[in-house]
Design a protein. Structure first.
Length: 631
């Protein structure tokens, strides 16, 4: 726990203010043993000089070999004809006349001549492989000499030929500072913190929906403009990652500090939202709240990925995805009871309490998970300890080459370029955006079904949203079973070289969940017991969990180099659809009715059913034709 607090926002502030006296790191303690590769005493300097000399010789030797090989490739080669074995003498040797005839053939021919195959037993003696300790015959047959390898002048440096002696890295494969090496309990705790902040912010979108009718009366606006309080929040957390997420990728900043600062601003913005009396001001505050609350929604998955390996990462990522689904499902639950008891403004009081509690926990207990940032701070401490200004981490070298133009291209241009030039990205983003539109349509159709049709009170009418959460939980457990017994097996059989398309079977299952949900909810609502539409709405949660896990993993596996840009495009695309859905869905369900409104969405969902199957079978062809996809 001390290490967790030491690396938290609180611990880092205390460490900085006290100049290293509070929460000191290993490099700042008297008993710290500096690794030999970072020492610069005379012996180590001599070893590094010997290493540089050896590498220079190897480089020159390689250049010479390459030049000789190139010359041989450019010159024509004439090869003597070899007499087949059955034409030679019984002992496998050629007579003098046969050798003369071969030489004459070579002189007469200017073109290469194929070599006849010769059996191994007639090919003459072969060189034997020599060990490092080998016995060599001298000219004097009565004596032999033993050749032994010389002592390694670089012993103790622990440096590979490609490694930079000034590059600050982990102290070993078991370095406890590496998030991959944290204890399972610590990983689980940090994952829970990331899930908590994700749920806290995500619930801010739907928590307002139960109070829309009262907000209409207070501000004197129609229902569609009043719905902007929901839509603009979604727009904010769709646009926010384009500007805020790159901050978490800058090695000197890391992930924890942006989480803390933006969540603090998110909490502060709830206060004027509670007391605002102007509708335009209310809309601006809702957009800003979504904007500053967006980092955990966009980079929470990256924080989780920092701690887990290839096989276990999907389990943790699925849990984080479940927390994202829990936010919109839980927001209307407590928002409905708050609005029913105290009025529409009290839905934002609940947001302030939840996000404030989360902020306090994160300040004291959320450690940094970015390995680049951890090593940047380690490099600073080592430079201070050794006085060697050349010690740099990989993150510092990367940051030195990063320009403002590169950041702008990465964040503002490349996501849109990939979205509209890569068919795989465009189609899957379109599909997941449609799913998002259905999700935010529920906040319009559920009040019609349960408040108007079944006559439930405002507080009780928010409970059916829990069916979405229950469905997501079931989908998560199903995904974990599939990943454990199918994907990991495929991964091990292929020695880690598994096709990205193997991520898509859960999406194939999810494709059937949406038509089942939409048609059954639409035609059972008001015609049967209330439990029927509740149960069938759970299919949406199952499908959403499976689809999100499969699609996002497939995109990151397919576009490894451009994963951040692809995910940013996905986040913006689905948020754009989520922004518009509450605005058109009210008119859709009022004019067409719940039955035909849901049916229209159901027919559209049927059109998407072939997509995952086609990508599973032909996705490799699309990847091979793409210049940016992993082939």
């Amino acid at each position: 726990m001390r290490a967790t607090i030491q690396d938290s926002f609180f611990g880092l502030v205390c460490h900085t203010v006290s100049r290293g006296k509070l929460f000191p790191f290993p490099e700042e303690k008297d008993d710290f043993q500096l690794p030999k590769r970072y020492q610069r005493d005379p012996q180590t300097e001599a070893q590094l000089a010997a290493r540089r000399e050896r590498l220079e010789k190897q480089r020159k030797a390689k250049e010479y070999r390459d030049s000789v090989s190139k010359e041989r490739e450019e010159k024509p080669i004439r090869i003597a004809r070899v007499v087949p074995a059955d034409d030679a003498q019984g002992n496998g040797e050629l007579t003098e006349s046969e050798r003369q005839r071969q030489l004459a053939d070579v002189d007469r021919s200017a073109k290469p001549i194929a070599i006849a195959a010769v059996p191994p037993e007639q090919s003459g003696p072969r060189n034997r492989r020599m060990n490092s300790h080998r016995r060599v015959d001298s000219d004097d047959t009565d004596r032999t000499r033993i050749v032994t390898p010389s002592a390694n002048p670089e012993a103790g440096l622990d440096l590979g030929d490609e490694e930079d002696p000034n590059l600050v890295d982990w102290y070993g494969p078991d370095d406890p500072a590496n998030p991959m090496n944290w204890r399972p309990a610590k990983k689980a705790f940090v994952t829970a913190m990331i899930c908590l902040i994700t749920t806290s912010v995500y619930s801010g979108s739907s928590v307002y929906s139960p109070g829309i009718m009262e907000a209409m009366q207070y501000f004197g606006v129609a229902q569609v403009p009043a719905t902007l309080g929901l839509s603009l929040f979604v727009a904010g957390y769709g646009i926010g990652p384009l500007f805020l997420s790159p901050l978490t990728e800058i090695p000197a900043i890391g992930r924890t500090v942006p989480y803390i600062i933006t969540l603090a601003l998110f909490c502060v913005l709830q206060v004027p939202t509670i007391f605002v009396t102007n509708f335009a001001g209310f809309c601006v505050l809702r957009f800003l709240a979504g904007f500053f609350g967006s980092p955990p929604l966009a980079t929470g998955g990256a924080s989780v990925s920092d701690m887990y390996g290839e096989k276990t990462r999907p389990f943790a990522m699925g849990l984080w995805g479940l927390s994202a689904a829990a936010g919109p499902a839980l927001g209307p639950v407590w928002g409905s009871f708050a609005v029913e008891a105290k009025g529409w403004r009290w839905s934002f009081w609940t947001m302030l309490w939840l996000s404030g509690f989360t902020l306090i926990l994160l300040i004291f207990f959320l450690p940094e998970t970015s390995s680049l940032n951890i090593l940047v701070r380690r490099a600073r401490r080592l430079r201070k300890l050794t006085g060697n200004k050349d010690l740099k981490s990989a993150g510092e070298l990367q940051q030195a080459d990063m320009t403002g133009k590169d950041i702008a291209i990465m964040t503002l241009w490349r996501p849109f370029e990939l979205n509209f030039t890569q068919p795989i990205v465009f189609l899957l983003n379109l599909y997941i955006s449609f799913i998002y539109a259905i999700l935010y349509s529920w906040f319009e159709v559920f009040p019609i079904i349960y408040s108007e049709t079944y006559g439930w009170s405002l507080g009780i009418s928010g409970l059916p949203y829990l069916a979405l959460l229950v469905g997501s939980v079931l989908g998560y457990f199903g995904y974990c079973l599939w990943h454990k017994y199918y994907w990991i097996k495929k991964y091990e059989e292929s020695n880690g070289k598994i096709l990205p398309e193997e991520r898509l079977p859960p999406v194939c299952v999810a494709a059937f969940c949406y038509p089942i949900c939409l048609f059954c909810v639409g035609w059972t609502a008001g015609r049967t017991h209330w439990s029927a539409p509740v149960i069938f709405s759970g299919f949406f949660g199952v499908g959403t969990c499976l689809a999100f896990q499969g699609i996002l993993n497939y995109l990151t596996d397919t576009y490894v180099v451009y994963a951040a840009s692809v995910l940013a495009a996905n986040d913006f695309s689905r948020s754009a659809f989520g922004t518009g859905a509450p605005l058109f869905s009210h008119g859709l369900f009022v004019n067409l009715g719940v039955d035909w409104g849901c049916s229209l969405l159901g027919f559209i969902s049927i059109l998407f059913i072939p997509l995952p199957f086609l990508l599973y079978k032909y996705g490799h062809i699309a990847r091979e034709k793409s210049s940016k996809a992993q082939s």
